[in-house]
Design a binder for this molecule. Structure first.
Ligand code: NDP
Length: 444
């Protein structure tokens, strides 16, 4: 059995019942085979065995009280995966589906994503199986305080800097920061995605969605075209989806479909972003309410069928494994030429293979959605300097980081014999920097 395969078998055995983690590891390992052929010293140094084992895994109890005085207990997680190239960095996810396997898949991906940004950030992820849906503001605050009541011991501006993810936006980051500050008496950049009044960065809210569209523009440039005039479908209606819509529209695209976990809306005139923002960001309602405000728009229950809406550009921005082989086939049949993953691992492995086989330009999440963490890195830099950069300056930096990520992935794909395959390119380019750092730092 070859080295890569034997380590993967070990991963499955040691991390049983964690299919998302296996999926993320397998995808990276498939790309890395030619790297290990070229660099036998990596095998000797046990790089793969080390990189799949988190440096530290923290699991904790989160007890909190609801508005009626009843006590609930959730599970908290923080997985500090790899610190070879910088302090641990990665978001927190609050969603009932969260368990150790989800956090490990996200943390593992984060190592390579952070490396691709070119900034000094290691990989981590965390969260809880807490469900924020239907909770009052007071319940959200008490949960965030309880969560931070344990997490604060394990994080710090130079050790581990969490941020948001599904279910964790500006409100939750604010509550967690307040609790962290109270417990430590410090004021520094221990969390990113903070409010602009207390150390947050302009563009952080928009960054993942904007970055995903900047990445898409680079892929379209390679096909001698652009976003101008393209029909776009975006799944999700959360932070990433909303700002992907905004940037795609600014660049001349027309977004005709969006979704939430209940269903999707279709508006042939182009979805009105202000209505979606009001519904999702302010009123925290369901996407189906959109059709009551825009005649001509349609709502369909269930989200998988969103990919049957004809489009040239598809941006999956909701959650893992939301776009399967069948959906990929329909997208291709309908003339889709570019897919960029705003979410983490939204396409199943079979869907990815089909896109690549059919020469659809495909931007994998760890490259296409790296704009969020990159701007978190910029927030850390501003916090350290006690300075605030302007929107334009920060957006310019984000844009140039996304252009560079695309370039690195494209060049690595070419160097290792699979031109145009940005999955291989992103995995290899992300891995090489971490591998060199691990080799230089010895066996630790
Ligand atoms: P939000 O919580 O703001 O939005 C998530 C969106 O996805 C909502 O519309 C939600 O619908 C939908 N969704 C969540 N779970 C499911 C599900 N199981 N099935 C169908 N739809 C679902 O999260 P974000 O926008 O921040 O994150 C979206 C994706 O982007 C995630 O994969 C995340 O890891 C990734 N990402 C986020 C970054 C960031 O900066 N925020 C950075 C990089 C990646 P509903 O409202 O019904 O729950």
């Amino acid at each position: 059995m070859d080295y890569v395969k034997s380590v993967f078998e070990q991963v499955k055995k040691r991390n049983a019942n964690e299919p998302e983690f296996h999926q993320a590891v397998e995808e990276v390992f498939e790309s890395l085979r030619p790297v290990f052929q070229k660099h036998p010293e990596f095998e000797h140094a046990g790089l793969l065995e080390r990189i799949v084992e988190p440096e530290r895994q923290i699991l904790f109890r989160v007890p909190w009280t609801d508005d009626r005085g009843k006590v609930h207990v959730n599970r908290g997680f923080r997985i500090q995966f790899n610190s070879a190239i910088g302090p641990y960095k990665g978001g927190l996810r609050f969603h009932p589906s969260v368990y150790i396997g989800i956090i490990k898949f996200l943390g593992f991906e984060q190592i390579f994503k952070n490396s691709l940004t070119g900034l000094m950030m290691g990989g981590a992820k965390g969260g809880s199986d807490f469900d924020p849906k239907g909770k009052s503001d007071g319940e959200i605050m008490r949960f965030c305080q309880a969560f931070m009541g344990e997490l604060y011991r394990h994080i710090g501006a130079d050790t581990d800097v969490p941020a948001g993810d599904i279910g964790v936006g500006g409100r939750e980051v604010g509550y967690m920061y307040g609790q962290w500050k109270k417990l430590t008496t410090l004021f520094n950049g221990v969390l990113t995605g903070k409010g602009l009044d207390f150390g947050g960065s302009l563009v952080r809210t928009e960054a993942t969605g904007y970055g995903c569209v900047y990445f898409t523009e680079e892929m379209l440039k390679d096909r001698k075209t652009s976003m101008e005039g393209k029909t776009v479908v975006i799944s999700g209606s959360g932070n990433v989806a909303i700002y992907a819509h905004q940037k795609a529209t600014q660049l001349g695209g027309k977004v005709v479909a969006m979704s939430d976990s209940n269903g999707f809306i279709y508006d042939k005139n182009g979805i009105n972003l202000e209505t979606v923002k009001q519904l999702k960001e302010v009123e925290r309602k369901r996407i189906k309410e959109y059709v009551g405000k825009h005649s001509g728009a349609q709502y369909t229950e269930g989200c998988a069928k969103i990919w049957t809406v004809p489009c040239e550009v598809a941006l999956p921005c909701a959650t893992q494994n939301e776009l399967d082989e069948e959906s990929a086939g329909v997208l291709i049949k309908n003339g889709c030429i570019a897919v960029a993953e705003g979410a983490n691992m939204p396409s199943t492995p079979e869907a990815v293979k089909l896109f690549l086989k059919n020469k659809v330009s495909f931007g994998p999440g760890k490259a296409a959605n790296a704009g969020g963490v990159a701007t978190s890195g910029l927030e850390m830099a501003q916090d350290s300097q006690r300075l605030n950069w302007s929107f334009e300056e920060t957006d310019k930096k984000l844009h140039s980081i996304m252009v560079n990520i695309h370039k690195s992935a494209k060049e690595a794909a070419e160097e290792y014999g699979t031109p145009g395959n940005l999955v291989n390119g992103a995995n290899i380019a992300g891995f090489m920097k971490v591998a060199r750092a691990m080799m230089a730092q010895g066996v630790v």
